[in-house]
Ligand binder design. Structure first.
Ligand code: ADP
Length: 360
């Protein structure tokens, strides 16, 4: 049975020299019988064990199912986004490279005066590439990527958020270098002290700040990235810990052109003239990156619909039966897909950027 085997499957004698355990990490940390842990949890814990077959100190008092959730749902082994996938945002890419990627790649150089901040805030309208940047950082710095939406901590994990946060930072510290991306961080670190604020959400916030403090002072190779569409909701304590604050604005006209071309080319559907592309870019002023993606999706249905209208059956349709996407497809799609960000929202971001953003 499992009790005679270490988590790595090596035989472990029933009595150890220190005499207080039989090497069965899983049952010990759970504080219950090993039957309570199923195979998938066991496998997940095995992967976190050190060369000695023991679970690292930080994870020992955590519930296995939370560790498993972090490992399976929050940790992303292959974020699969590269800098080159992200349109525009040159300023943000440059700042992030210096501030985050270099230090993660060369911790030996980035210490003392050069020691990096451990908290980065990406703020701006929704759908502009904040999550993409987080994933790209992890990819470029060869770091493990953890993604969590702060609102899920308060909605899905009611009453357990604190424990999950501990598990998250615990697993991250075993998987260094690590990037922890917290989406909608405002919902976790907001300054609103409404009467609705529960004791539990206050504790969650405290726990979160404690964890951040912990790796800020230590030698850990962990970076926290918070993303928000509502930077004005963050309080002073949150701003203090997120030392670098980068505005991620709507894509410029060039960036929009790039997104169109890039997405269509991937599928071999690009055949727009420069004039057509210009026209589309002019009409899409104010569209976010994700609006542009939706627009391209919708436009790319044009050739398909047309082919079907000519009587070809969908099951018999060949790729060659479809023409490339044209300007008319985009004009139709523009009536379906509207911009999701309003102009006066932009003013709020600009103002906050002037006051608190890293402008350099
Ligand atoms: P958010 O800023 O809300 O985190 P995301 O990074 O999740 O936005 O972007 C959502 C989607 O929109 C991406 O998966 C991508 O397809 C598209 N997108 C947004 N911004 C860009 C960009 N700058 N370059 C390329 N694609 C983008």
């Amino acid at each position: 049975g499992f009790s005679r085997r270490g988590v790595r499957g090596n035989f472990i004698p029933p009595i150890r020299s220190n005499g207080n355990n039989a090497g069965n990490v899983t049952s010990r940390i759970a504080g219950k019988g090993e039957d309570a842990i199923d195979d998938s949890t066991k496998r997940c814990l095995e992967l976190l064990c050190g060369p000695d077959g023991e679970l690292p100190e930080k994870l020992r008092n955590l519930e296995p199912r939370l560790i498993e959730h972090v490992s399976n749902e929050i940790m992303d082994r292959d974020p699969n986004v590269r800098w080159d996938d992200i349109a525009g945002l040159e300023h943000a890419k440059k700042c992030v490279t210096e501030m985050v990627i270099w230090p993660l790649l060369r911790p030996d150089i980035f210490k003392g005066c050069r020691s990096p901040g451990r908290g980065l805030l990406l703020f701006g309208p929704p759908g502009t590439g904040k999550t993409m940047i987080g994933k790209a950082i992890a990819g470029e710095a060869k770091a493990t990527f953890f993604y969590i939406s702060a609102s899920s901590l308060t909605s899905k994990w009611i009453g357990e958020g604190e424990k999950l946060v501990r598990a998250l930072f615990g697993v991250a510290s075993c998987r260094q270098p690590a990037v922890i991306f917290v989406d909608e961080i405002d919902s976790l670190l907001s300054q609103r002290k409404s009467e609705g604020e529960h004791e539990s959400s206050r504790r969650l916030k405290t726990q979160f700040l404690i964890e951040m403090e912990g790796f800020d002072t230590g030698n850990e190779q962990i970076l926290l990235i918070g993303a928000t569409n509502r930077p004005q909701e963050l309080d002073e304590a949150a701003r203090r810990r997120l030392t670098k604050r980068l505005y991620i604005p709507l894509p410029t006209s060039e960036a929009r052109a790039w997104i169109i071309k890039n997405l269509l080319e991937k599928d071999g559907l690009f055949n727009l003239s420069d004039e057509d592309t210009d026209t589309i870019c002019k009409i899409t002023e104010g569209y976010s990156g994700s609006d542009m993606q939706n627009l391209v999706k919708d436009a790319s249905m044009g050739p398909l619909r047309e082919a079907l209208k000519q009587g070809i059956e969908i099951t018999k349709l060949k790729k060659e039966d479809m023409r490339a996407v044209n300007l008319q497809d985009f004009e139709k799609a523009l009536q379906e897909v509207r911009p999701s960000v309003s102009l006066n929202e932009l003013g709020t971001y600009e103002k906050w950027n002037q006051q608190f953003g890293s402008l350099s």
